[in-house]
Write a new protein. Structure first.
Length: 226
């Protein structure tokens, strides 16, 4: 199954995994380089909002997030710590081969035959803001980062629609890094996404990509005792 262009699913239940969603949430820790389920001394409660509206069903729909216009969508994560002081790092894990699938224009309907079109190359993290206990906190700023990096040759803004070969090395994106969250305090992370209008016709993402394309990310939280 493939999701259409407009659907963003976030699985809020720990240890859940929803395939072919835009973003999936799982709470994990890392010990000795190995990912393990968070348990023991970590006790955090989190909730997700889209444009300040609580998403109780875990689904966020970008119904008006379409090519040709710059529309912003804001994802807010609220985290409260009920145990020992921790440092938290939020990141988008590097996508697997099934989490970022391009539309390949085999017939040359949108340009040169064989071009690859990645939706992630047009989705930009416009801003990341972190607040702990009502105080802004400086952290890794992923602002300006695209979910998939291609190039901007010939453009004054954004990235090109098509690349001539498959993108095989998309790194993880650190959104919030080593932010202290003391016992009893609450942090708020706001992530703003835009579909960047690059000044060219991007209708391929509305017309052709949804039938075969996938853009998905695992949104991960790494907790460390301090």
């Amino acid at each position: 199954m493939f999701l259409t262009f407009v659907s963003l699913t976030v699985a809020l239940t720990a240890l859940s995994y929803v395939t072919f969603a835009w973003f999936q949430f799982n709470r994990r820790a890392e010990i000795g380089g190995t990912n393990v389920d968070v348990n023991g001394n970590f006790d955090v409660v989190y909730s997700l909002y889209e444009d300040n509206v609580l998403q109780s069903d875990g689904v966020v729909d970008f119904n008006d997030f379409y090519p040709g216009s710059v529309h912003a969508r804001k994802m807010k994560i609220s985290v409260t710590n009920f145990d020992d002081d921790v440092e938290m790092t939020w990141f988008f894990a590097a996508p697997t081969a099934l989490q970022e699938i391009a539309f390949v224009d085999t017939n040359g309907d949108y340009g040169a035959a064989g071009n690859y079109y990645y939706l992630g190359s047009q989705i930009q993290i416009a801003a990341v803001a972190v607040i702990v206990d009502a105080v802004p906190v400086a952290s890794t700023n992923a602002a300006g980062t695209y979910l998939v990096s291609t190039n901007s040759v010939g453009l004054s803004k954004g990235q090109v629609n098509a690349v001539t070969s498959a993108v095989t090395n998309t790194p993880r994106i650190d959104l919030v890094e080593n932010v202290l969250l003391p016992f009893g305090q609450t942090s708020t992370i706001e992530i703003t996404f835009t579909f960047v209008d690059n000044g060219t016709n991007q209708n391929v993402y509305k017309d052709a990509w949804p039938a075969v394309g996938v853009t998905s990310r695992l949104l991960s939280l790494y907790l460390k005792n301090v």
